[in-house]
Design a protein around this ligand. Structure first.
Ligand code: SAH
Length: 221
């Protein structure tokens, strides 16, 4: 059952506040106009607790409960840009739904998004919010993302928003040949690195290493 959320009553943020965030993303080097346009539209203030809504268009990560965070907008933009670079993925998997914000951004850009979250309450909240915001191409599941989402494999692209020490083999296998995975890699107490992993052939992958990042750890059983 979908829980009805009171989103109408949750104040509008001025378009100027949102435009300021978009300008900041441009200043930091985000160039994909499609990504910027979608991020200008997605109401990030609805993905955080009401008490934090006034800070929701700052370029910063914010707590979403259960020790988890909604990623910093710049990181969302950067990972989305890397994921879409030079391709038009149709069937995409996200591991780590969290607040559902990254999913909403992707939902405005790709045909079909499957997103998996391991914490039941976060899964339910994100599922209900995304449904209420009108997304019908986002399929939320409660599951351990170490196992990807076998029912819809293979994926043109995979994005993980929690950092494993080592990329799970199952996720590598669920990537289509020619597809890309964008994932932060590294344990919590060591530095993590944003990686793009391209599947070139059945057993051949290429890894492009990017900047250091800070994500919550990828939970594995
Ligand atoms: N994309 C999110 C970021 C959430 S933080 C957003 O836009 O808000 C990372 C999320 O990954 C957390 O909610 C955490 O519970 C989830 N997570 C961690 N390990 C996981 C796993 N093995 N499978 C599924 N979700 C996982």
């Amino acid at each position: 059952m979908i829980k009805k959320l009171d989103i109408e009553g949750r104040g509008m943020t001025s378009q100027r506040t949102r435009d300021r965030l978009i300008q900041r993303l441009r200043d930091r080097g985000i160039q994909d106009e499609g990504v910027l346009a979608v991020m200008r539209r997605v109401p990030r203030h609805l993905f955080v607790d009401e008490a934090l809504a006034s800070r929701s268009y700052e370029d910063t990560a914010l707590p979403i409960g259960h020790g988890q965070t909604i990623s910093q907008p710049y990181i969302v933009a950067r990972m989305t840009e890397l994921l879409l670079k030079g391709s038009n993925p149709e069937n995409v998997l996200e591991v780590g739904t969290g607040s559902g914000y990254q999913a909403a951004v992707l939902g405005g850009l790709v045909k079909k998004l499957h997103t998996v979250e391991v914490i039941p309450e976060l899964y339910r909240n994100a599922r209900d919010l995304l449904y209420q915001l009108g997304y019908r191409n986002i399929y939320a599941h409660q599951s351990d993302g170490s196992w990807g989402w076998a029912q819809e494999t293979p994926f043109d692209a995979i994005i993980a928003t929690a950092a494993p020490e080592k990329v799970p083999e199952t996720l590598l296998q669920q990537l289509k040949i020619g597809g890309v995975m964008v994932i932060p890699v590294g344990g919590q107490n060591q530095s993590q690195q944003l990686q793009c992993i391209y599947r070139l052939d059945e057993d051949e992958y290429r890894i492009d290493k990017h900047e250091s990042v800070q994500f919550v750890p990828f939970v594995t059983k």
